[in-house]
Design a protein around this ligand. Structure first.
Ligand SMILES: Cc1ncc(COP(=O)(O)O)c(C=O)c1O
Length: 373
């Protein structure tokens, strides 16, 4: 039995955004939810909690401790549990960190193309966006230095990067930390996709001298637990005053079921995760081969996430994402939502079965043949 071996009929019983936002004949491959089975230990833990009426508020640091054990196993990193807080979810952790780190009106760096809520938390908190786009999918360190020298006071880093899955190298992170320290910039890092990665990923706080850094983390993406929200915030020693000044409601927003399920996943579902990562890797190779053969598109699998960032310029479509939805009946995220310049891209969620991957590319190919004939 594989992790993604879930029949479409069963998936369509799910009532989350992935399965209810679009028309029933549309294959949904947009939002970052996975078409996986749920890990048994997590099911059993939540069933037990329900049976026990254990439905109150969280108290014990079970999530922090489980994440620390997981980080040691996956990356050989031991987070400092004295410098940790909980949060309702990762984007709240990012948003409150930004409010602690900067004053309204201050310039904040993001790296487009980027997960759209990064923009929203900058503008929504009254800060100012400074864009330093990725160059060839990598951080533009010279551009970052210019932005920091020009007065930016915080940088929201996505590590690994959503949408294109870039895993920043240790050397890039060390260089970024040095620049940020030199220019007195606070780094606020989103490591939500990190658990999907092994030794190739460097946790920011594993660097010897990270500077003033807050890291938001969660088991939600790697174990498909977005519906049971919970997150963690880790601070470097230099960011301790910011962590301590967070209002209590930030940590209290985490639910007890979130902590129970995330902690159980991190401790007791590691084989499930490794199997899942293998299946995603195979899906990426399959997708690369199929879009090459059937659509003439080049897709180079990246590590980092289960998302594929596909450049469709070669197809000559005005709006590729809309075309694939309306004509092929398969829904991806539109590239233009990640940066105006990437409107010819789509973000494809490959956390599914190989059958769905193949069906999606078939639908795309058939729609293209239809409009061209
Ligand atoms: C980079 C990134 N950060 C944050 C989130 C959302 O996390 P949460 O629901 O914990 O706010 C996602 C979801 O896809 C994501 O890709």
């Amino acid at each position: 039995m594989t992790v993604f071996d879930v029949p479409l009929a069963d998936l369509r019983r799910r009532t989350s955004i992935k399965w209810t936002r679009w028309e029933p004949d549309v294959l949904p491959m947009f939002v970052a939810e996975m078409d996986c089975r749920m890990p048994e230990p997590v099911i059993e833990r939540l069933e037990q909690a329900m049976r026990d009426g254990d439905t109150g508020y969280p108290e014990q640091p079970i999530y922090q401790e489980a994440y620390a054990r997981f980080a040691q196993w996956r990356w050989g990193w031991e987070p400092d549990l004295a410098l940790t807080s909980t949060a309702g979810d990762v984007m709240q952790a990012m948003r409150y960190s930004l409010e602690r780190a900067t004053a309204p009106g201050v310039a904040v760096v993001i790296n487009p193309p980027i997960y759209p809520p990064f923009r929203h938390i900058v503008t929504g908190t009254g800060r100012r966006i400074v864009e330093v786009p990725l160059v060839d999918d990598r951080l533009d360190l010279a551009g970052l230095e210019r932005a920091f020298a020009d007065g930016a006071r915080a940088h929201l880093l996505c590590s690994p990067h959503n949408p294109n899955g870039t895993v920043h190298t240790r050397e890039e992170l060390v260089a970024l930390a040095e620049l940020a320290k030199h220019h007195d910039v606070t780094l606020i890092v989103d490591e939500i996709h990190a658990p999907l990665n092994g030794a190739e990923f460097t946790p920011f706080l594993a660097l010897p001298a990270p500077g003033r850094v807050l890291v938001a983390a969660s088991a939600a993406k790697a174990f498909n637990l977005a519906g049971i929200k919970a997150a963690l915030l880790f601070a470097s020693p230099d960011a301790e005053p910011m962590l301590r000044s967070l209002p209590p409601y930030v940590g209290e927003a985490m639910s007890h079921f979130g902590a129970l399920s995330h902690a159980t996943a991190l401790d007791a579902s590691r084989d499930f995760l490794l199997e899942l990562v293998d299946e995603v890797r195979a899906n990426k190779e399959l997708f690369a081969r199929l879009v090459g053969d059937k659509l003439g598109l080049e897709y180079r699998p990246s590590e980092g996430t289960y998302l594929a960032w596909l450049d469709c310029s070669f197809l000559g479509l005005a709006e590729p994402g809309r075309f694939f939805h309306e004509e092929a009946r398969v829904r991806f995220n539109f590239g233009g939502d990640f940066a105006p310049e990437t409107s010819q891209f789509v973000r494809v969620n490959l956390a599914t079965s190989p059958e769905v991957v193949a069906e999606a590319v078939d639908r795309m190919a058939r729609a293209l043949t239809r409009v061209r004939s």
